[in-house]
Design a protein around this ligand. Structure first.
Ligand code: LLP
Length: 420
């Protein structure tokens, strides 16, 4: 990952040794490099320089308010999927008018709040949602700005759990039906048709599926124009992959270049919803080896992080690099399964990793800045880790480690049972 450096047999993030972070904030602990996040976002901005655009960071990738604040300061918009994410964006100083609201199950309450603060648009995923939005906006005496999320039936060539653009997926409106939906929307009194969007999946490492999807979208936009429905923006979603192991995704520039080519002859604003490609390589999860164990068949390294802290390996069998934070010069390299303390067989963070380590050593799980903390849970009643932001030589605590008291916050014991 780009932010990690090897200095005197130690791993550093920017100008800070990871072992200092572990010492100060304990483990497991997420650490992010602010400069990497800024650089990744800057790469999008620079490439889009001459194209009217809006980059809406997908909040689900990393929703810590300091991360959102970092991006809001750079002028980012945000792609949200719940009112919870909306409130985070507002707390972080994000502008409502730069927010797009995706998701298949928006409730009337969520619509009301988004209408109240004046978001850029709702990415509508079904006719039923469109009707509820028209009604909700009508009740408030407002007009809801709308983009239809169409499903272009494109194979993104990614893990089936994170592919979203195929016909059988729950996302979006089938592209063949979309013209009818637009016609219906155009006739509604409390929605204003503004754009079109799609999101074909995540961790995509080829440009071709994006171009194919865009081709379907622009063809539809042109057909709609002939019917008098003129759209102002085309939102091609997120999905650009990163290198976890040996993947070779295009750079942000190489991904955008053919897309921009398509926009040369068009007047619409280009909206993007990148998540992973902005924060993944900016983050690590620092963890400590608790015990080593050999059951005759295998060597295990039991660490103090688990699938509740970082779910990707258990959920998608995702491969994430695991490195020693400091070289252990006395240990010899052995193949370990790196496992957490959660009572599930899938609580394996890495299989067959050759590492020279001893109990008490620190490890770091790389490229954990996207879909890391944001997918964490309290399973097995484990407090969630601390999060820190590294800015050059400075380290800021951006989320305190949860306490044991946090675990039962909001829970209630039952009253004494009355005698029968
Ligand atoms: N827009 C929409 C509507 C989305 O559903 C997503 C991600 C994005 C944008 C951002 O996609 P990105 O640029 O991050 O690929 N938890 C999985 C990834 C799930 C992605 C869900 N949607 C993982 O850890 O690999």
């Amino acid at each position: 990952m780009t932010g990690l450096k090897q200095v005197n047999q130690q791993l550093w993030l920017d100008a800070v040794p990871l072992c200092d972070i572990a010492q100060q904030y304990s483990t497991p602990c997420y650490a992010y490099s602010q400069s990497i996040i800024e650089k990744n976002f800057g790469n999008y901005q620079n490439a889009l320089n001459n194209q009217p655009h809006l980059i809406c960071f997908a909040v689900k990738a990393n929703s810590n308010i300091a991360i959102l604040q970092t991006l809001a300061r750079l002028g980012a918009g945000f792609d949200i999927v719940s009112v919870g994410e909306l409130e985070r964006v507002l707390i972080a100083g994000g502008k409502a008018e730069k927010v797009v609201f995706s998701g298949v199950g928006k409730t009337a309450d969520e619509m009301r709040r988004a209408l109240e603060v004046g978001i850029h648009c709702f990415n509508v995923e079904s006719e039923a949602e469109l009707c509820l939005l028209d009604q909700t906006a009508g009740d408030m005496g407002l007009i809801a700005p709308v983009s239809m999320r169409v499903n272009p039936d494109v194979d993104a060539g990614t893990h089936p759990y994170i592919a979203t653009g195929l016909k059988e997926s729950k996302f979006g409106i089938t592209i063949d039906c979309a013209e009818d939906t637009y016609a219906r929307a155009a006739a509604m009194s409390h929605v204003r048709v503004l754009g079109i969007d799609c999101h074909i999946g995540s961790q995509i490492t080829e440009v071709a599926p994006f171009i194919e999807a865009l081709g379907h979208l622009t063809a539809l936009v042109d057909r709609l124009a002939l019917k008098g429905i003129e759209l102002e923006h085309i939102d091609i979603g997120g999905g650009l992959g990163v290198r976890y192991r040996d993947e070779c995704p295009p750079s942000i520039e190489d991904y955008l270049q053919p897309i921009l080519e398509q926009f040369k002859s068009r007047s619409e604003t280009l909206i993007l919803e990148p998540g992973r490609s902005i924060t993944a390589d900016a983050g690590v999860l620092i963890t400590r080896v608790q015990y080593l164990k050999n059951n005759g068949e295998k060597h295990f390294a039991m660490i103090d992080a688990a699938m509740n802290d970082i779910l990707r390996p258990a959920l998608y069998e995702a491969w994430m690099d695991i490195k020693p934070v400091e070289a252990n010069t006395t240990a010899t390299a052995i193949e370990y399964d790196i496992v957490g303390p959660v009572c599930e067989s899938t609580d394996v963070l890495g299989r067959n990793r050759s590492l020279a380590i001893g109990a008490g050593d620190l490890l770091c799980i790389c490229d954990a800045g996207a879909y890391g903390f944001s997918m964490s849970s309290n399973y097995n009643s484990r407090p969630r880790p601390a999060e820190v932001m590294v800015d050059g030589r400075e380290v800021h605590l951006i989320r305190a480690r949860e306490s044991l008291a946090d675990l039962t916050r909001g829970e209630h014991l039952l009253p004494e049972r009355k005698a029968p």
